[in-house]
Design a binder for this molecule. Structure first.
Ligand code: NAD
Length: 321
């Protein structure tokens, strides 16, 4: 068995490799070559932790495995550890033998940022110049850094529920040499691309905050009850997702579907756009919305890529298991 520890991931994994891995696996999912297993997520009644598994099998890439982990809210305060903890396990699909154990914390942020970036590449207008951020927490920095590589952006605008966190994303914009402006939510109308990445349970971004032609990547809603944007916005947009079943049950689309504003059949796989079986954006004034719910196959795809890199660079630890 190969081990790639968390401390090695930052030196190995690149945003470009994460992008390619996620784009390929979204395509495989839409082609029916890869599928996600039902998600298990449990409140374990200890340390207020939420623990679970996200797994799947990619027949095209021959990647089988799962990500195990979750959220331990007391970690930072009590133990100086980050609250989100995860590990990816890969198995040999020919034999069932465990192939690799890979640190999953940084990979989760990189694969989540890659997902919105893939959506921007395939759905945003090519003349998009202003990117709007709703959210300024841990994931937001990864999201913005990756998104800025997907177009010729000249300005970043940002709103956050906790305004004191906005310097987190201002720093990323400045590192890319792009001006940053804090704004109120109605000013998001200036944005050609909007990424929302918050842990909110009620909508911040309303339909009249979004201009025709905008592409939104809604990345924060990954649980029943969470919500970042007004449900009416989904009715105005062409809605895409990583996994339709998750989008309508735990993703941003759950609210619009429950309210009867859209049907499950109105939610399309982003992979179909990648494969050319869905036209994607067909006009400059169409609003497109990617509901990124986060699937196990994304984790497996980036973990498999990082294992290959670790082997090539002789960093992987080999254990007789
Ligand atoms: P974080 O705690 O670092 O940041 C939370 C963000 O949400 C901050 O910007 C905060 O100001 C904002 N926020 C908190 N309460 C709010 C409210 N009531 N209204 C509006 N904004 C509010 O968290 P993070 O690690 O950046 O994660 C953000 C979200 O992304 C979480 O919901 C997490 O579960 C989700 N997530 C999704 C995926 C995916 O694949 N889609 C992957 C990882 C994380």
């Amino acid at each position: 068995m190969l081990i790639v520890p968390e401390c090695e991931i930052a030196n190995l994994m690149t945003r470009a490799a994460a992008f390619d891995a996620v784009e390929q696996v979204f395509a495989a999912m839409a082609a029916g070559d890869a599928y996600n297993f039902p998600v298990v997520r449990e409140a374990i009644g200890h340390e207020d932790a939420l623990y679970g598994f996200k797994g799947g099998f990619d027949r095209a890439g021959l990647t089988l495995g799962l990500k195990a982990g979750g959220y331990w809210p007391n970690n930072l305060e009590k133990r100086d550890l980050i609250n989100h903890q995860s590990t990816v396990f890969l198995f040999d699909p020919d034999t069932g033998k465990v192939r690799a154990m890979v640190g999953g914390n940084l990979l989760t942020a990189l694969r989540t940022a890659a997902a919105s970036s893939v959506s921007i590449k395939h759905l945003a207008r090519k003349d998009a110049r202003v990117i709007g951020m709703v959210g300024a927490g841990h994931q937001a920095t990864f999201q913005l850094r990756a998104a800025l590589e997907q177009g010729e952006f000249t300005k970043v605008i940002g709103w956050n529920y906790h305004p004191e966190m906005l310097p987190n994303i201002e720093k990323i914009a400045n590192e890319a040499g792009i001006p940053f402006q804090p704004v109120d939510l109605p000013d998001m109308i200036e944005a050609d691309v909007i990424i929302s990445i918050t842990s909110a349970f009620s909508p911040s971004l309303m339909a009249d905050h979004v201009a025709p032609g905008c592409h939104l990547a809604c990345m924060g809603t990954d649980t029943k009850g969470k919500q970042e944007v007004e449900a009416a916005l989904l009715a105005q947009a062409t809605v895409f997702t990583d996994e339709v079943a998750q989008s309508v049950s735990i993703g941003e689309a759950q609210h619009a579907v429950a309210a009867g504003l859209i049907a499950q059949s109105d939610v399309h796989q982003l992979g179909a756009v990648i494969n050319g079986t869905h036209a994607g954006r067909i006009s400059a004034d169409q609003i497109t919305l990617f509901d990124g719910t986060g699937v196990g196959l994304q984790d497996l795809a980036v973990a498999a890529a990082v294992v290959d890199m670790a082997v090539a660079q002789k960093i992987a630890i080999e254990v007789d298991f």
